[in-house]
Design a protein around this ligand. Structure first.
Ligand SMILES: *[C@@H]1O[C@H](CO)[C@@H](O)[C@H](O)[C@H]1NC(C)=O
Length: 228
């Protein structure tokens, strides 16, 4: 791994699903040198771990109330956040409008050459789609929500929604379907970006066998629903 730390953001939207954020960022953070050393993993392996700086982003620094649990403290704002390499968007209420400044923040980020990928979890994709940055991309979302939105004539059809996969990767857009698929997406992210030995070790530490994108048993939720 290069020693330049990866700048990783987590977007804290009002009422976001706590586990959509924590599952993926904790799984990814498990691949860092500092975490592996904390677990007393021998240096020979731990030194192959990643360096990550985490940023928790909101419109101001007031604590954000997630779906459950205590309010969470942002560490930076849309205006002053350091240039990011990656951003995780956990799912909020998919029909709630984005907070002021959020769409512009996402547009700026996706247009930056140095920004490598957006990772959405569950309805995080429906929220991010409001900014236009997912237009034309193959994107997963919570399937039940996609069905409800399609039924209500409220589906954003500029996005190419994927109805039969747990996660999808299309260029800079990495998206997961439901909350548990967020950890599968994080595992796929780790497989592609991190040291192979570390990736295998973290599966054991986490006692988790990541699911592939397909087959997806929940694809049945969207059977007969026109997503195009
Ligand atoms: C990260 O690793 C610890 C064990 O070191 C494990 O308990 C935890 O579940 C892992 N995180 C995730 C999201 O699996």
């Amino acid at each position: 791994m290069s020693s330049k730390p990866l700048q990783f953001g987590v977007l804290l939207l009002p009422s976001y699903q706590l586990l959509d954020a924590v599952g993926p960022f904790d799984y990814i953070n498990n691949h860092t040198q500092s975490y592996l050393k904390m677990c007393n993993i021998p240096d020979a392996i731990a030194n192959k771990g990643a360096h990550i700086v985490w940023h928790f982003i909101s419109w101001d620094l007031a604590p954000v109330q997630p779906s459950s649990g205590p309010p969470q403290n942002p560490t930076c704002t849309y205006a002053d956040c350091t240039p990011l390499d990656y951003l995780i968007v956990p799912g909020p209420d998919p029909t709630a409008p984005l907070p002021a400044g959020c769409a512009a923040f996402l547009q700026r980020l996706m247009a930056a050459d140095t920004f490598k990928a957006l990772l959405t979890v569950c309805t995080g994709s429906a929220a991010a789609a409001q900014s236009g940055v997912l237009d034309g991309r193959r994107v997963c979302s919570n399937k039940y929500v996609l069905r409800v939105l399609a039924g209500a004539g409220a589906l954003n059809r500029r996005v190419r929604w994927v109805g039969d996969a747990r996660w999808a990767v299309d260029g800079k857009v990495w998206s997961a379907a439901g909350v548990t698929a967020g950890i599968d997406l994080a595992a796929e992210f780790a497989r592609v970006h991190f040291d192979k030995e570390v990736v295998e070790l973290v599966k054991e530490l986490s006692e988790y066998r990541p699911n592939p994108a397909q087959p997806d048993e929940f694809a049945r939720i969207l059977e007969g629903v026109d997503l195009a």
